[in-house]
Design a protein around this ligand. Structure first.
Ligand code: ADP
Ligand code: MG
Length: 345
């Protein structure tokens, strides 16, 4: 009984904290204004639930991520950048599954109804959403400490989703784009390192404006054996493929794709650039495995995406991750890791 009444009290408290006065005006004015209207959305914002139609031979890929002020971004961060990051990181999860973005829900908790914050937030959110053909179909708006929770949904032909568990011994290991630029941008933002203003602007832009690799994910259906997106650094993330697929992965650090800007930032110090490339989070590049027999198919499939990709290693029997340089175990230590051969515990 006590628990029930406690729960009821909590519920009342929660109800009181919702923004009754202006909530509906805000929803109508800001969130129901997206240009893009998809044909498969039967009912969007305004009812108790949204209704979407799914073709029989498709699966829906669903992913949720929260961004909390003070944890994932500073409370006074540019609202346009916060909206971009929130949606781009969720789109990147869909890309990693080989899913095509379709629908998104937005649960927003705001300390006050601040239109100077909401207007740029929504403008940036819808700009990116329209670009990726994803429609905002619902959400919730509540008063409280600033936080943003998105649930994205995407479509993938049944049986073709890219999971983390399909890597096979002797598969190649690939990444898209360049690695390390986002970490260099973050080091500049935090004032940990300096460089000339033009280079700094480029790297900071790469930190804030990473492109979700949706077209690559779609093109990898039926070609890649496993995939994920790099959100915590390739060393940390690739271990998930090793664990889920019950295999080992070897990465050759000399094959890591380093941009000219990163090498300039590191003043030609390749080892620092490789350190950054291995540990840089929030890259939102894809890391995937594919059988050697699919090399030509991969080249053909990715040609139209105009996204660079590089082979950085090999799948082996066993477990864990080994870092090699010129085919031999690394002789230097990766920052933040106790051992240069990183094994699963
Ligand atoms: P309910 O009380 O039934 O949960 P709400 O008053 O919370 O309804 O929301 C009304 C409508 O507005 C719903 O369709 C909901 O999905 C939508 N909505 C509320 N907040 C947001 C938001 N931040 N973004 C998009 N849609 C929202
Ligand atoms: Mg609600």
């Amino acid at each position: 009984m006590k628990e029930v009444s406690l729960l009821a009290g909590f519920f009342l408290l929660r109800k009181k904290r919702t923004m009754a006065k202006n909530e509906f005006d805000i929803i109508k004015h800001y969130f129901a204004q997206q240009q893009l209207q998809r044909d498969d959305v039967a009912l969007a914002i305004g009812d108790d639930c949204a209704l979407v139609n799914v073709a029989a031979d498709y699966s829906v890929a669903v992913s949720t991520d929260s961004l909390v002020a003070g944890t994932h971004f500073l409370a006074d961060a540019d609202p346009a950048a916060v909206a971009y990051k929130a949606l781009a990181s969720n789109l990147s999860d869909l890309a990693a599954m080989g899913a095509t973005p379709a629908w998104v829900s937005l649960a927003l908790t705001l300390p006050t109804i601040d239109e100077a914050w909401l207007a740029p937030f929504c403008h940036s959110f819808f700009e990116l959403a329209n670009q990726y053909n994803i429609q905002l179909i619902g959400g919730d708006t509540t008063k409280g400490p600033l936080s943003i929770t998105l649930t994205v949904q995407g479509l993938v032909p049944r049986g073709q989703a890219l999971t983390r568990s399909g890597a096979q011994v002797e598969d190649d290991v690939y990444v898209t784009g360049y690695l390390g630029d986002s970490a260099a941008g973050l080091a500049l933002i935090l004032g940990q390192q300096d460089c000339d203003a033009h280079l700094a602007a480029t790297l900071i832009e790469r930190h804030f404006k990473a492109s979700p690799r949706v077209s690559v994910g779609e093109a990898l259906r039926g070609i890649a054996s496993a995939a994920l997106d790099i959100s915590d650094g390739v060393v940390a993330d690739v271990k998930h493929i090793a664990e889920r697929s019950n295999i080992a992965i070897e990465i050759e650090v000399e094959q890591l794709p380093l941009s000219a800007e990163l090498l300039a930032f590191c003043k030609g110090d390749r080892q620092q650039a490789q350190q950054l490339a291995l540990s840089s989070g929030e890259e939102y590049e894809l890391c995937f495995t594919a059988p050697a027999a699919n090399r030509d198919a991969l080249k053909a499939a990715l040609a139209h995406t105009n996204v660079k990709y590089s082979c950085i290693g090999k799948v082996k029997a066993g477990s864990g991750l080994s870092l090699l340089q010129f085919g031999k175990p690394l002789t230097w230590r990766l920052f933040g890791w106790d051992h240069f051969v990183v094994k699963d515990n």
